[in-house]
Design a protein around this ligand. Structure first.
Ligand code: HEC
Length: 97
């Protein structure tokens, strides 16, 4: 019984950990696939003033991703799912300060 509980705890802890790790990786993967071409290193090759550094509001990032504009294409829910958009915003805020 004791072994059972220990095993269960270990399995739970592992799956929780990998879920968190996966979310971070998803944001990075989406960024590299869809954003890095124009925003390498958090910059902006088309409009040097509109970098994606120092943004503290995930909504601002997600709105820009959904609507695009100013030369940036819009990405709908098929291009980037809601979960991926959130992971992407978290990745950007964490990475480009
Ligand atoms: C084809 C090039 C291109 C791609 C690809 C692109 N962007 Fe942009 N992005 C731009 C341009 C140009 C602007 C400036 C828009 C403006 O001046 O209104 C911009 C602006 C932004 C801004 C607002 C910055 C600010 O402070 O005004 C955010 C946030 C952003 N992009 C995030 C992203 C994310 C996230 C992705 C990937 C899903 C992405 N962009 C993909 C070109 C691109």
């Amino acid at each position: 019984m004791k072994l059972h509980t220990t095993l269960l705890t270990a399995v739970l802890a592992t799956s929780l950990f990998s879920a968190a790790a996966f979310a971070a990786d998803a944001g990075e993967a989406v960024f590299k696939a869809k954003c890095a071409a124009c925003h390498p290193g958090g910059g902006n090759i088309m409009n040097k003033k509109a970098t994606i550094k120092g943004i503290k509001d995930a909504k601002k990032i997600i709105t820009q991703v959904r609507k695009g504009g100013g030369g940036m294409p819009a990405f709908d829910g098929k291009a980037i799912s809601e979960a991926d958009a959130k992971a992407l915003a978290d990745y950007i805020m964490k990475t480009f300060k």
